[in-house]
Design a protein around this ligand. Structure first.
Ligand code: PEP
Ligand code: MN
Length: 370
């Protein structure tokens, strides 16, 4: 690592990388200590994490136990010697974390895009010597992520790291937060002295995907990992599906991960990202087709009420002209577009036809497909 920021050299973690592990949320002193003892005994973990205040989408879900868990973190540190960290989302959180001697705090994905809050937190933490990790914002916006890191550094926080936790992606992905690996790599290129940690748990959203993502992270120049571990993940009060048991964590860490292979890694990353985009576009195409057929169904109802023929040749000619000219602008062959739209038109007509038959059979008003 280029900049170890001298917190705990030498690093215990896998292949010389920092390892941060612990439950998503602090739930009870017992849950924390039980987990921390196993993690510390493994000799592979540098920091124990636990969310004290949880930024949740819905006000009805578990919001974290709050300040009293800071004492539980202190007890973990006293008994196991692990450095301790939690998420801060306000000035109050930052003040209390300093008061309780936390070694590190992180600014979460929901807070990082608010420059006012980041500045207020930076003003509290400056000069304290505490480590601050900045998670990427939900949106895949590298400037916003880099901007928060610069803001902290310029405000006098020297020990700043970044955490890659994946990004919101409008298309359905197997991941809870899509990795877009090129963004943390680009951040590293822009700020070569910035340690960047990978958080496979929040990228995955599903514990079965975590080892595969750890493998991917180990092939890239990440400086460490942050992994959620809970003694009974299915009963966890937050992020139940993505946390590993301590035993599964240890088993995963004992695996001999392939090391960095820059050429292959870049090729895999580019392929992954292009495929993710294609998957997104396919999803959009299927959605658009289904929406088109539903509209055709509604039009069938109007045609019926006005006693119009289902097939309207004039309208069809307009459609074909418009799409072939659009296709040409987009570099698509006109016979490809014509064939594709003939199939679509054929299906639209059969949707309308089926609706008409159904109406005749039931003798009722048609139920429009919505
Ligand atoms: C967390 O680390 O538990 C967390 C809430 O992360 P994120 O901000 O990445 O969603
Ligand atoms: Mn979590």
């Amino acid at each position: 690592m280029k900049n170890s920021n001298d917190i705990r050299p030498p690093v215990n973690g896998k292949a010389g990388r920092i390892v941060i592990a612990g439950p998503c949320s602090a739930e009870s002193p017992r849950q924390m200590m039980e987990t921390a003892r196993v993690l510390a005994a493994s000799g592979q973990v540098d920091f124990f994490r636990a969310g004290v205040w949880k930024p949740r989408t819905s006000p009805g879900s578990f919001q974290g136990v709050g300040s009293r868990a800071l004492k539980w973190l202190q007890e973990v540190k006293q008994e196991t010697g692990l450095a301790i960290c939690t998420e801060v989302g306000s000035v109050q959180h930052a003040v209390e974390s300093l008061d309780h001697g936390l070694d590190m705090v992180w600014i979460g994905a929901r807070t990082v895009s608010n420059p006012f809050v980041v500045q207020e937190i930076a003003d509290v933490l400056k000069g304290s010597g505490i480590h601050v990790m900045v998670k990427n914002p939900m949106a895949p916006d590298l400037d916003l992520w880099a901007g928060s890191i610069q803001r902290l550094r310029q405000s006098g926080t020297e020990k700043v790291w970044a955490i890659h936790r994946g990004f919101f992606y409008w298309a359905r992905s197997v991941f809870r937060n899509h990795p877009w690996w090129h963004l943390p790599m680009e951040l590293k290129a822009r700020m070569p002295d910035l340690p960047v940690i990978c958080d496979p748990s929040h990228i995955a959203g599903d514990r079965r995907l975590v080892p595969m993502l750890v493998q991917r992270a180990m092939e890239m120049p990440f400086d460490g990992l942050m992994i959620e571990v809970h003694p009974d993940p299915d009963k966890a009060l937050s992020d139940a599906s993505q946390q590993l048991t301590p035993a599964a964590f240890l088993q995963m860490m004992s695996h001999n991960f392939r090391k960095q292979n820059p050429g292959k890694e870049k090729q895999n990353r580019v392929l992954d990202e292009l495929r993710a985009e294609i998957d997104g576009i396919d999803q959009l195409l299927v959605w658009a087709l289904s929406k088109r057929m539903k509209l055709a169904g509604e039009i069938a109802g109007i045609k019926r009420r006005h006693r119009m023929a289902l097939h309207q040749p004039g309208r069809w000619e307009q459609v074909i002209q418009k799409v072939t000219s659009l296709g040409q602008e987009g570099g698509l062959r006109s016979d490809f577009i014509t064939k594709l739209f003939e199939d679509i038109h054929h299906e639209s007509l059969s949707v309308q036809q089926r609706q008409k038959q159904q109406r005749i059979i039931s003798g009722n008003r048609p139920t429009f497909v919505r």
